[in-house]
Write a protein that binds this ligand. Structure first.
Ligand code: MG
Length: 368
């Protein structure tokens, strides 16, 4: 039996790589729906090749060869066995909740879903018996290492350190958009690449890990590991550490998430060779240079609407930086400024989450 899958964000970086995996495993998958954003040309090429029944685009009239459905309608179609949520930003949240309510497993590549609404999404998934399988390489690594969560003492999340790891604070302050986009290890979308340069991405991942694995922030450690070979690790109560290792490739976590619990050869990228790589480096993060990390820990610990505020302010500031309106350090200064002014809501409902997110975005944009 083929596994029936829909991909939200099929024209993005994760979506395109997922289709490469599925092409390789074409006897294992049937695509029900593909959802793109604005790149309808690529979406239509994907439709012609993979022949889904349904498709979504921001420009519905331009879709050729598939019937238009909204993201929510795609996620309500119980023909799906699994949905890969690879859209970026808050538009991933509502469809994910719809899919969970429909009892469909989720391969989750969208960070905002858990950062904004982890306290709602994870209990709902548990109630509905839905698996949330992380696609983010660090969380996928942890997912692969964990046998029994009750025996885990701590999570060790690795960070490449991004393009400014060995640069001074001064150099980072004056960084151009191009310098910030030049990630040494991973080829990703623009927003996440900027987040990786400030380590906000790692901060978002800490919050994501807290929700996914239901573990306290004091038991999540971030370690800088420039080679990105150890994708993350867990320490068991007896002090034994289990890590997941491999050359950096997103094909592996994507394939793991959509084929879980099975494993196939699929796109077998080059294996890591212990004898060919001379050494691996690990160091503590520079909390001074990468303030985003401590802000994220603090927002996560305090919970409520703080992570929503942090995420929304950060995303708007990243866009402003990409448009050349502000400097790199202003991103985090903006986040701090918005957090200072924010009146925390303790346990926001879904509609309150969207309201807060919207309000913070408008107020943040007024600053530029
Ligand atoms: Mg990651």
């Amino acid at each position: 039996m083929k596994r029936k899958i829909s991909i939200l964000g099929s024209t993005g970086s994760i979506g395109r790589q997922a289709l490469e995996v599925i092409e390789k495993l074409n006897d294992k998958f049937e695509i029900i729906a593909l959802a793109g954003g604005n790149n309808t040309e690529l979406l239509n090429q994907q439709i012609a090749k993979f022949k889904p029944k349904y498709a979504f685009s921001n420009k519905p009239n331009e879709i050729i060869g598939a019937k238009y459905l909204s993201l929510d309608e795609i996620c309500a179609d119980t023909t799906n066995d699994i949905i890969l949520v690879a859209v970026s930003g808050k538009i991933g949240l509502q469809p994910t909740i719809t899919a969970i309510n429909s009892g469909i497993d989720i391969a989750l590549a969208n960070k905002e879903t858990l950062v904004m609404a982890g306290d709602i999404v994870m209990p709902l998934a548990k109630e509905k018996g839905v698996n949330i399988i992380p696609v983010d390489s660090e969380h996928c690594a942890i997912h692969q290492c964990i046998k029994d969560i009750t025996q885990v003492e701590k999570l060790i999340i690795t960070a490449s350190g991004g393009p400014f790891l060995n640069k001074s604070i001064e150099e980072m302050k004056n960084a151009t958009v191009e310098e910030a986009l030049a990630h040494p290890r991973w080829d990703m979308g623009r927003k996440i690449t900027i987040d990786s340069s400030t380590l906000m991405n790692k901060g978002l991942e800490v919050i994501e890990a807290h929700h996914l694995f239901n573990i306290g922030y004091e038991n999540i450690e971030v370690v800088v590991h420039p080679q990105s070979i150890v994708h993350s690790a867990i320490e068991y109560v007896d002090g034994s550490i289990v890590a997941q290792i491999g050359l950096p490739s997103m094909h592996i976590p994507i394939q793991y998430a959509i084929t879980y619990p099975e494993r196939f050869e699929g796109i077998k990228s080059k294996s890591f060779s212990f004898s060919e790589i001379a050494h691996l480096d690990f160091e503590k993060p520079d909390w001074n240079k990468f303030k985003a990390l401590s802000i994220a820990y603090e927002c996560g610990k305090q919970g409520g609407s703080l992570p929503i505020c942090m995420n929304a302010a950060n995303e708007e500031a990243v866009f402003a930086f990409l448009e050349g309106k502000i400097k790199l350090f202003d991103i985090i200064n903006t986040v701090e400024k918005m957090l200072e002014k924010h009146n925390k809501v303790q346990a926001p409902t879904l509609s309150e989450i969207f309201e807060i997110d919207n309000e913070i975005r408008i107020k943040t944009r007024e600053l530029f």
